[in-house]
Design a binder for this molecule. Sequence first.
Ligand SMILES: [Zn+2]
Length: 311
Amino acid sequence: MNMDDIFTLASNDMRARRSKALQDAESNKIKALENDEYKSIANKIGELTIDIAKARFKKEDATPFEKEYDKAIKEEAKILSKLKLTKQDLEPQFKCTLCEDKGFSQNKHCSCFNELISFYTNRYNLNTLQPISFNDCKEIDPKIVETMVKFTKEYPEKRKFVNILIAGSVGVGKTQLTQATANAFLDKGLYTIFTTASSLNSNFLDYHKCFNDNKNQYLHHFLECDVLVIDDLGTEPMLNNVTKEYLLMLISERMLVRKLTIISTNLTADELTYRYGERLVSRLLDYHTSVSIQIIGKDLRLRSKNKNNQE
Ligand SMILES: [Zn+2]
């Protein structure tokens, strides 16, 4: 199961949703029209609709037709209820009124489609997101955890930052904190993707190597999601013309539309600059738009002490 499969699954679900809504309405209509009483009232309503339109067009009095029409509608409801149907049952009942279950509205993926992607991504553990909450982050300085709790609570009403960089050595609980943060955003109903830097890098490479219309599927969800969490930046292999370039593109694009990106890393600012270049790091460390959090864990001190003892 990869991101392609998730995309296909979600698209199939959308199609099934829409066609069910259309089919249900159609079969209810057929059922109703099998009834002669309903058929005749439906015809009458159709004729009256035309009469009303004609009268209004000619600027004549449409009231008599309108009265007839109201009566016919009531009659129709009575007949339908005998058939255990309502007027609504004859129209497609789409789950999403915004896109009528097409998955697209205004040339963009509809939020209902993004929810499906989120759902499957988490269901298939594609993003290795564990059910960790802030309560599980016991190893981390409570002040840092509190800051993140507050930030997730207030977001998106208060969009203070678009980038959060969580830095610290191995074993200080960065992944715990980023996972808890991702879960908090998911609980808020935000389209959130949690990915490792390696997995993201593979998507960059797939995108880079693809030359057909499917190209966008490798990156579009990373661009579109409300919150993107990239775990362990710096552990992925550095691919020429890929890793650095697409990461910069992704972060810059997301910043333009003020979407939140959270990055965890073992690297220091200098190491990040050496690896990804000044342009990316200046964006990530710009205090107008970004915040960086340094975690120093108990774990780490303990480990380095043991290490020193061994030496
Ligand atoms: Zn929709």
